[in-house]
Ligand binder design. Structure first.
Ligand SMILES: Nc1nc2c(c(=O)[nH]1)N[C@H]1C(S)=C(S)[C@@H](COP(=O)(O)O)O[C@H]1N2
Ligand SMILES: [Mo]
Length: 427
């Protein structure tokens, strides 16, 4: 299909019936407001809430909706309900959460400080107010856990189950409009000593999440963020301050940021020691990798959803890359035999989720829906078989492994059955 020609018009021209348009009488929605107490109305006028008919929630996996990992009571992961997503922004209330420590600390912004020290000319301490006086930037950036979409580990069973939803398979990524101070500006203020090549960033959570990061990221685009989607960063996302490392593994985006130390080598800090040994293949860990590869997924129709009748559907999904902006997304509805370009919705931002859409006329037969993206570096999203080859193994390994293989960005196939059910078909 010509991506410039709106899908809807073409489908109308070709005579396919659009569901819901042929009804003669329009049933109008009930508009009478229920009896809401005065104080409640007052509170809602001051600060709104979503409709109580909307029930989209973050949750753990289908086999562990309670989110707790049995071996480590204090670690948890809650995924974003991507199946309900539209556009490119994740509401902060639905941003995924990965916590290696505890519940969000309750930080008084007046008390909070950010310390920059180590190999600098002048160690500096910033309050939130200090930071908010400095020149700021606002950018759209995705954050993704490098364990997102893994077939192994505790989330693995959900990942490979035919009943998996896109929340199970891809829900550990979200996208926000972040506002904050470039880390480079703070480092210039502190004066970086010759030989400082890495930073370690530390959070104020009870287990002091800390991570070693090459200093090049600070000079490039790392951000000390205090706002997300037009409001202060939410407690679950790091209130009052979080480090944002655009396009890099989520683990580097230190929440409740309280300390940055300039050092001359990567430290085997808490996260290097405790996380990466489990993110491995055949006993080999891949430490000190950072950038997330090009990745896309169809969010609608997706696993667990149901197509009521044959006819027109919009295929909609998200694409992103740690390497830059998304250039192209192609869609296949026949298991990869034919591909056509999807339409990219604006804005197509650097290192951000990009919404893509394409019209599709389901003829009622079996179909296999897939999306494949290309970023502005020319990097193309691989198939699962290509990923296996890259790792020097086969699909069977990914089917059976209990290890968490990180950075899995394979093409996601969703199978549409004749009864309209949609199933995960990764294997
Ligand atoms: N202080 C702190 N920062 C942290 C973590 C943490 O547990 N504590 N988890 C990391 C991991 S592994 C990921 S994937 C992202 C998750 O960010 P989110 O919870 O805002 O989605 O934060 C990172 N930053
Ligand atoms: Mo993560």
């Amino acid at each position: 299909m010509n991506p410039k020609e709106p899908g809807r018009r073409r489908f109308l021209k070709s005579g396919a019936a659009l569901a819901g348009l042929a009804v003669g009488t329009a049933a109008t929605a009930k508009t009478a407001a229920a009896d809401v107490p005065e104080e409640r109305i007052d509170a809602l006028h001051k600060h709104g809430e979503r409709s109580h008919y909307v029930d989209s929630i973050r949750r753990g996996s289908i086999n562990n909706p309670e989110r707790r990992l049995p071996d480590e009571a204090k670690n948890f992961g809650l995924a974003t309900p991507l199946q309900d997503s539209t556009g490119m922004i994740t509401p902060a209330s639905l941003h995924y959460i990965v916590s290696h420590g505890y519940e969000p600390p309750d930080i008084d912004p007046k008390e909070h400080r950010l310390l920059i020290h180590g190999m600098v000319d002048r160690p500096l301490v910033f309050s939130l107010e200090d930071l908010q006086r400095l020149p700021s930037v606002s950018r759209f950036y995705f954050i993704e856990c490098h364990g997102n979409s893994t077939t192994g580990g505790l989330g693995g069973a959900a990942r490979i189950s035919p009943d998996a939803t896109v929340q199970d398979t891809h829900g550990f990524t979200s996208c926000s409009h972040w506002t904050g101070v470039p880390l480079s500006l703070l480092l210039k203020e502190a004066g970086v000593k010759k030989g400082a090549t890495w930073i370690t960033a530390e959070g104020a959570d009870a287990n002091r999440h800390s991570k070693s990061i090459p200093i090049a990221k600070a000079w490039d685009d790392a951000l000390v963020a205090y706002a997300q989607n037009g409001e202060p960063v939410r407690p679950e996302q790091g209130y009052p301050l979080r480090l944002v490392t655009p396009g890099w593994q989520g683990i580097n985006n230190v929440k409740w940021l309280r300390r940055i130390e300039l050092v001359d080598e990567p430290y085997m800090a808490m996260m290097e020691i405790s996380r990466y040994p489990r993110l491995a293949l055949d006993g080999k860990s891949r430490w000190f990798e950072f950038e997330m590869g090009p990745k896309s997924v169809i969010t609608r129709p997706s696993g667990g959803q149901h197509l009521p009748t044959p006819g027109f559907y919009e295929i909609s999904g998200l694409a992103w890359s740690g390497g830059g902006a998304i250039r192209r997304v192609e869609i296949s509805t026949d298991g990869g035999a034919n591909w056509k370009d999807a339409e990219l919705q604006i804005p197509v931002a650097n290192k951000a989720h990009t919404r893509f859409t394409a019209g599709w006329n389901w003829n009622g037969g079996e179909a296999m829906l897939q999306s494949r993206c290309t970023d502005d570096q020319g990097m193309v999203q691989p198939t699962m078989a290509e990923v296996a080859k890259l790792w020097g193994t086969d699909l069977d390994y990914f089917r059976k492994t209990t290890l968490i293989v990180s950075d899995l960005n394979a093409i996601q196939p969703w199978k549409v059955n004749r009864d309209g059910s949609v199933k995960n078909a990764i294997f």
